[in-house]
Design a protein around this ligand. Structure first.
Ligand SMILES: Cc1cc2nc3c(=O)[nH]c(=O)nc-3n(C[C@H](O)[C@H](O)[C@H](O)COP(=O)(O)O)c2cc1C
Length: 248
């Protein structure tokens, strides 16, 4: 064990922060950690927008009833971004580039690049004693997010990261065991796979029954049936296409 692995294994999302803004040195360090990430074809196809304006934070928070979107030490919006790549290209080059970045491949690259940067930021933040919570619920009103931050074509908001000094103690949430997520040389057969899930269900049932807050009776497999019965956001596909991503 070393301190990096220790930080990673101790991860838990934090949703209640003190009012203290992130100190400037901490913010710079976690931005540097994000910027240092691996990136496909050196594209660095992402942008981070720090949100400190209380009105913009309140507008973001109005999208869902998650007060930690505004009550935190800092909020960062992560976007997939090919706008900057075309800024210094000539008009003819732009036409071809703008066409090519609309492929699913370039959309996936931007999504993966942004996610790796965000996770580097999260680990760096947690190593400094800063809590973090990813915020996917901003997708519930992508038009509002786009308007709030003047996002041009080829820039699509993906998720946010609420950051701050923790004002709560959370238990670590158990994750799927190695037997359910790491296979060697071939995909696991369903019998062995199910056995691993049944074992995990027992762990998570105990966790939900005994955790300090929001106790409930549930298992992971039951929860997933419910979750994947939810229809997801109908606006997402047209929005992404309007931003000239993933159109072909
Ligand atoms: C892409 C992404 C989006 C998320 N969106 C939200 C969100 O909108 N609100 C929230 O409270 N938690 C959100 N989470 C946090 C997850 O609920 C959390 O990571 C998961 O339950 C596991 O708990 P843990 O992070 O404490 O281990 C999100 C996590 C990810 C990776």
């Amino acid at each position: 064990m070393n301190s990096i692995i220790d930080t990673i294994l101790n991860h838990r999302s934090i949703r209640k922060f003190t009012e203290q803004p992130l100190i400037a040195e901490h913010l710079d360090m976690i931005i540097d950690a994000a910027r240092s990430s691996s990136t496909s074809s050196y594209l660095m196809a992402y942008t981070m927008i720090g949100v400190t304006d209380p009105e913009k934070k309140a507008a973001l928070a109005s999208i869902s009833n998650q007060p930690y979107i505004k009550d935190n030490g800092h909020f960062v919006l992560f976007c997939g971004d090919y706008h900057r790549h075309m800024l210094k290209a000539n008009e003819q080059e732009k036409v071809t580039m703008a066409y090519n970045v609309q492929s699913t491949e370039y959309f996936m690259i931007a999504t993966v690049d942004a996610t790796i940067a965000a996770q580097n930021m999260t680990v760096a933040a947690e190593s400094l004693g800063i809590g973090a919570c990813y915020i996917g619920s901003i997708k519930r009103d992508l038009d509002l997010v786009s308007d709030l931050f003047d996002l041009p074509e080829h820039v699509v908001p993906l998720f946010g990261l609420a950051l701050g000094y923790p004002d709560e103690q959370q238990e670590i949430k158990p994750k799927l065991p190695k037997e359910a997520v790491y296979f060697e040389n071939t995909y696991k057969d369903d019998v062995a796979h199910k056995a691993a899930l049944e074992q995990f269900d027992k762990t998570i049932e105990t966790y939900y029954r005994t955790r300090t807050t929001n106790k409930r009776e549930d298992s992971w497999t039951k929860q997933m049936v419910k979750t994947l019965h939810n229809q997801r956001n109908d606006r997402l596909t047209p929005f992404v296409k309007e931003k000239k991503f993933n159109t072909r």
